[in-house]
Design a protein around this ligand. Structure first.
Ligand code: ATP
Length: 231
């Protein structure tokens, strides 16, 4: 279980998180939703230790909030796919997967390419020549090389056509069914409701409510409320 207890976060002197509580179980997908500036990305950064925080971040019972980012990702199998994907666009698909990978990670490249057959046929193509959806798969593939137990995704569908977003989320569901815990930021509450087990609505850096997506009534209420603030 990935657990946040009363996590506060700051950019310099500006406080962005005011006490976030959150749980992501292995095999579950939790979506962070909320308006621009609600603190969704900052919550992911707090888990990685990329902003100054107070409060508790635990992975499978172990407190990690005092650890530097590299220890969190290496020792606790947390991986992130940033918004904008962070790829080296002039390099090929394979080069992007290989860059920075250690031996164990390189050994998983075949497995990752098996998951994304469309990339397997394009390993020597420059990333800049791929479609947005294919680029997102490369970014996901890079994260998967780390064999994460918990995967953090910041708006994986950003800038992609709806049908491509569906495809990306199908892959994410597959990973989840293999036991990975997924925490994702998703702008569209409706889409989040269709892919996640649980929605966490953030408002001004704190959790407004947590909704189980099987509870259609509360999901509809959340969609209505979120549209209200989205204007
Ligand atoms: P969006 O959908 O716009 O990305 P978000 O919910 O992810 O929104 P955050 O990016 O987490 O929101 O931002 C939370 C708050 O922190 C906002 O008030 C924002 O202005 C502030 N903030 C975010 N990044 C920084 C930064 N690098 N420096 C200073 N303040 C920041």
């Amino acid at each position: 279980m990935l657990t946040l207890d009363s996590v506060k976060g700051w950019y310099g002197r500006t406080q962005a998180l005011f006490g976030v509580d959150l749980h992501v179980a292995p095999g579950k997908t939790v979506a962070l939703v909320g308006t621009n500036g609600a603190g969704k990305t900052t919550t992911l950064r707090a888990i990685l230790g990329a902003v100054r925080t107070e409060g508790s971040v635990r992975v499978d019972g172990e407190e990690i909030s005092a650890k530097p980012t590299h220890r969190r990702v290496n020792d606790h199998r947390i991986a992130i796919v940033h918004e904008g994907r962070g790829l080296l666009s002039q390099l090929t698909v394979l080069e992007n997967l290989v860059v920075g990978a250690n031996r164990a990670e390189r050994a998983r490249i075949g497995e990752v390419l098996e998951l994304f057959p469309v990339l397997r046929d394009r390993t020597h193509q420059k990333v800049s020549l791929l479609s947005g959806g294919q680029q997102q798969m490369v970014a996901l593939g890079r994260a998967l090389l780390r064999d994460p137990k918990y995967l953090l995704l910041d708006e994986p569908g950003l800038g992609l056509a709806p049908v491509v977003i569906d495809e990306i989320y199908t892959y994410i569901a597959e990973l989840c069914s293999r036991g990975m815990g997924v925490l994702l930021v998703e702008q569209s509450v409706t889409r989040a409701a269709s892919v996640a087990d649980e929605l966490v609505l953030l408002r001004v850096g704190a959790v407004d409510r947590v909704v189980d997506t099987r509870d259609r009534e509360r999901v509809d209420q959340l969609v209505a409320d979120a549209f209200g603030v989205h204007h």
